[in-house]
Design a protein around this ligand. Sequence first.
Ligand code: B12
Ligand code: SF4
Length: 574
Amino acid sequence: MTVFLVNPACLDARVTDEDALLVPMGLFYIGALLKESGFNVRIVNLAVEQKPMDRLRAMVDAEHPAIVGFSVLNANRFSAIEGAGVVKAVDPEILVVFGGPCATFLWDHLFTTCPSLDCVVKGEGELTFLELAERIRHRGKKQNPSIHGDREIKGLALRSGCSDGKMDGPGIVHTREREPIEDLDSLPIPGRYFDLAHVSLSRGCPGRCTFCGSPRFWPGSRVRFHSPSWFVEQLCLLNQRGITHFFVSDDTFTMDKTRVIEVCRLIIEKRLSITWVAISRADFIDPGILGWMRRAGCTQISFGVESGSAAIRQTLGKPMKRERIVRAFALTASFGILPRAYFIYGSPGETAQTIDESLELIMEIRPLSAIFYLLVLFPGTGLYENLVDQGKLFDSVWSQKIEDIPWFEVDPDLDFERVKAFGHSLRKCFYSNLSDFAAGVQLVDDPLFYPLHADFLSRLAMTFSHGEYSRNPWVKDPMATAHILFERALAYHPDLRAFLGLAMVFQKERRFDRAVEMAAQGLNHFKSSRDLTICMAVSLMNLGRFQEALGFLEPFEQDPDVKVYVDACKQRIQ
Ligand code: B12
Ligand code: SF4
């Protein structure tokens, strides 16, 4: 029996944001469990299709799945609704299921607006969906969508007449609530069946942030974990298939220090050559854990700072002490892990004064990366539910073609122009001071970390010389910053990226003699580096030293990229 698991497309086109095109991790978890139970599973990513509905129609027509499950966020709900219609138009007997945060909190609205929707899986989806699929496998498609059986399937909302259960609203019944999966390790490893780079060690968060859907989606303050060995086994499997960089997507990865250190110990013991980034909170960071994380390949930790105003942090449900935030950023950077700050603006109570406080905090924490989000509302968050309770907002608002609701639209004290100006001043402050933050970063003086410091500084330098920061007009003299950082890197340890980067900076400055010197120093350490060799040859060519350049290029003559240079040298020598 075939099951389709679909990632619908977001409403707004995202030209540069590849994140929004990714299949959510939960679909891989569900897919792995179904595969292990003998189902034929197809992951369908509509977000990357030019004509998503045509593609879906063609696939359903060709493969006739028994069930099509859509992973629904608020941003992609219209694509899910349209997709459901497409599926039913091909074959009305196919069971259409919605799951994910939007389906969990907005099931009522979705049943009303999507006649093709048969049932909603609320919350954690693996076991509910598996039982549903098994029921259909045993009873056949014809009897669906009656989920009737000897045993009720917990965790569902479905149209009446489909099952016994508790009636809620016109024609919708709910089965009993499903208990959380106690042993997350009992789930098959998604990486055994699929290629994915987003992984997680836990489910849930002890936080209570009022703008975040996580606390109500993964209810209870109790966080559940995979064991370190399960987690690292998945990394190994994925790494064997060529994935070398991971996004650890736990809400607060460093919550259980002992477990995280064990994860790091296993990564180091297995000599996994990977890099990874994680998300944490300033109150779950200390030098012990950072040292382990850095040695195990962690290159960046993101912290939700949210605001420089203590009052706004309180309103947003994150009453974190300022000193803790400052300390977490300094500590993280000192271990050569890039500290990234998430700020939110346009919050309840936001004024020019609170924005000034955020600007001051930016100057104090000196983040090396920052993302500034406009506060938006989603169902299931404290802020949204309060407004609904007060009768100021209704779920019917989601009939409009919007991905989310900016807070300023419901706040008489704010308006678009003011909020836009707030965002502008935050971004300007960060980017125009970034060169100073980066050049002045203070690192722990421990020889064990010197090679890692060189790696960190040269990566950071690259973002100024060739990456994101090199193109940002607010960033002051990015090349000079790159130069300082590459030199600092080499003062710690011979680092291939730093030699190459510095040689390329000299090339850009047309100081080819210095570029040759730098490439030569690099080649002393990294003799077989193709990139350094090419850099050396190109610098020599610019100095008119074609014969020497040819000497460097000849070992790589077969490489089509190199052949151009070889031919050019030969021409000039003749
Ligand atoms: C990591 C993450 C991302 C990663 C996702 C990487 C990946 N490949 O998974 C990235 C950075 C790409 C991302 C992007 C976005 N995200 Co995000 N993300 C998260 C985060 C922090 C964790 C998600 C996660 O992996 N959880 C663990 C897995 C196991 O859970 P899951 O994927 O939700 O799946 C489970 C259930 O939801 C359910 N389920 C899910 N789908 C389905 C489908 C079926 C058929 C069934 C039966 C069940 C089911 O069962 C699954 C297994 O138990 C959550 C917050 C949170 N803690 O949940 C926000 C969150 C999901 N993201 C959110 C948002 C807004 C976005 C963006 C729209 C942001 C943007 N403006 O672009 C984009 C949209 C991306 C897209 N594909 O459409 C919101 C969604 C709010 C809402 N109600 O819609 C959340 C809840 C955060 C918040 N603000 O509260 N995100
Ligand atoms: S924002 Fe982060 S810390 Fe706050 S509740 Fe959500 S996941 Fe937890």
